[in-house]
Design a protein around this ligand. Structure first.
Ligand code: COA
Length: 260
């Protein structure tokens, strides 16, 4: 796997991916999108991966959007294909079986806000800024932003953000329920992300993957999330993890799920 605009660092079962185009505020050009696709495909093959942290290089941005310079001359068909590819990649991030945390360290605009929202949890630094400013360019969000922002913050707030292109700061994003935590700086945010991934990593891995899958089902058209929950609950009883978890409780010891 060759990554050009994405830094890959795997340590103690935690993969940190850093989007690395700081001179362009980490804007998602075609190469960066393809790097994200390869990185997450590869991440799925890492055994005992506990989680992924996704962040942006430099002091100013997580990701300032899709690369606007690549919009020039697009036909409607090309634009549709571009959006579809983004959807496919962001959906694959959302369906990762381990937690993916966005560490939002600056601008998360357009595709950047959409990328952060495709992650399972978001931790922001105080300089983080969230927005869907596409209408400024005469376009709309194309990487799932109309849907996910509405899921996270509700229709009225989402409509306002998409319609006005207004940007909200980290505190407001926290108040809206868009981010889980605001930490005082990038180092502290990283510590929090590692803490959360290690905490989740001590739970039953299959159960963790099922939580993600079933909660995602809530938002899928034509899928009955309640039925998914019943099925997943049943399926888990095929796994040695349930035996370990239940036995550990009854024996008053801590469950050791990492042995599986
Ligand atoms: N696509 C392509 N390039 C981008 C970009 C994007 N989404 N966002 C920033 N850049 C580039 C700028 O063109 C500039 O490149 P240059 O130095 O070669 O001219 C560089 O990143 C730095 O950006 P700059 O605008 O000078 O920084 P700033 O601090 O003055 O402003 C923003 C920061 C985020 C407010 C501003 O860059 C911006 O509005 N970006 C576009 C945001 C957007 O509309 N995103 C949705 C896209 S669909």
């Amino acid at each position: 796997m060759e990554l050009k605009n994405l830094l890959w660092s795997l340590e103690d079962g935690i993969l940190t991916l850093t989007i690395n185009r700081p001179d362009k505020l980490n804007a998602l050009n075609e190469q960066t999108i393809l790097d994200l696709k390869s990185a997450f495909e590869n991440a799925k093959t890492i055994s005992h991966l506990k989680g992924v942290i996704l962040t942006g290089a430099g002091e100013k941005a997580f990701v300032a959007g899709a690369d606007i310079s690549e919009f020039v001359g697009n036909t409607p068909e090309q634009a549709k294909a571009l959006a579809q590819r983004g959807h496919d990649i962001f959906n694959s991030i959302e369906s990762m079986p381990v937690p993916v945390i966005a560490l939002v360290n600056g601008f998360a605009l357009g595709g950047g806000c959409e990328l952060a929202m495709a992650c399972h949890l978001r931790i922001a630094t105080p300089n983080a800024k969230f927005g869907q400013p596409e209408v400024n360019l005469g376009i709309i969000a194309g990487y799932g932003g109309t849907q996910r922002l509405t899921q996270y913050i509700g229709k009225a707030r989402s409509l306002e953000m998409h319609l006005t292109a207004d940007v909200i700061d980290a505190e407001k994003a926290h108040q809206f329920g868009l981010v889980n935590y605001v930490e005082m700086d990038k180092a502290t945010a990283m510590e929090k992300a590692v803490y959360l991934i290690n905490k989740i990593g001590s739970k039953g891995p299959l159960a963790v993957s099922k939580v993600i899958e079933v909660i995602n089902d809530y938002f899928k058209d034509g899928v009955d999330g309640f039925a998914s929950e019943v099925n997943a609950f049943g399926e888990l009883f095929n796994s040695p993890e349930v035996k370990e978890g239940v036995e550990a409780f009854l024996e008053k010891r801590k469950a050791d799920f990492r042995k599986f």
